[in-house]
Ligand binder design. Sequence first.
Ligand SMILES: [Fe+2]
Length: 347
Amino acid sequence: MLPLGTLDELPSDYRDALTREHLVPLWPSLRNVLPPAKPIPRTQPACWRYQAVRPLLLQAGELTPMEKAERRVLVLANPGHGLEKMQASAAIYLGMQLLMPGEWAPAHRHTPNAVRMIVEGEGAYTTVEGEKCPMQRGDLILTPSGLWHEHGHDGKDPVVWLDVLDLPLVHYLETSYVQEGQAQTVAAGGSERGYRSGGVVPAPMFVRTQQRYPMLRYPWAEVRASLLALATRSPAEQAVQLAYVNPESGEDCQNILGYSALMLRPGETLQLPARSPAMVLHVIEGAASVVAADASFALGQADTCCVPGYVPVRLRNASASEAAFLFVADESPLHRKLGLYEVRQHG
Ligand SMILES: [Fe+2]
């Protein structure tokens, strides 16, 4: 490709005239917005160790009462985007949230979709549209766009969870806002009990639910058992991975980001092809190494990393005797809907 003209080559009075008319020459920036062969991502491979995050989060609990924080969160910000942008990738926001015993995070609802992956602690709950969802380690709880949610904590120890939102995209689209609400009345809940077994769904008198989000909590105990069962029947070369989906439709459980649970067999190495979406990996149990682009991370339990799109990723279970379990979040639903999803077998 031929080098294009630069801004500096243009006379200053011409540039000033353009600026006055709110005009910009395309050619000096053309290669940035349309780079050859593959994108130039801002998203960098980045890693956040729970051992480093946890004491700072607990310190936030001492420094800032809930009344002054509303949600006590430390954002896992990718340096490639600039920390102030508070984003892990183009579409993914990550935050570690702390709730201390007796605290309550008041009800609100917002346009960005959120999920919570519970990292540590017992006794907290999230109430979503009147359904009280207990929070236990490894559980995934959905708080989709527009659904009321609040958090409470009846236990004795701090509870921490990883928030994953599509906030960067929704904010970029100028569609991000929140509404405050009253404490919710808790109704008989347990949506996960209605969808306890794969392949069967509630159908009282032949009527299937029309709810967009029929299942709000995916208990880790059941997902883990399903992974172990799947591992017994999967060929060795096939990844043991389960997607979190809407059990009524089989579609992604949310509109913009996709979520799955991945089991690495003892000693297993998985080579993932270069895919267009950025991806977040969080260790629920065990330890794994992640190699992406020029970066390499050794992840222990509760550690989190982010890798950009368009790079191959190699995952390896660090243990030869124990399985490792990872929570995966990525931008696949968004890329598929936009017709941008791409897999490159050869990088
Ligand atoms: Fe929220």
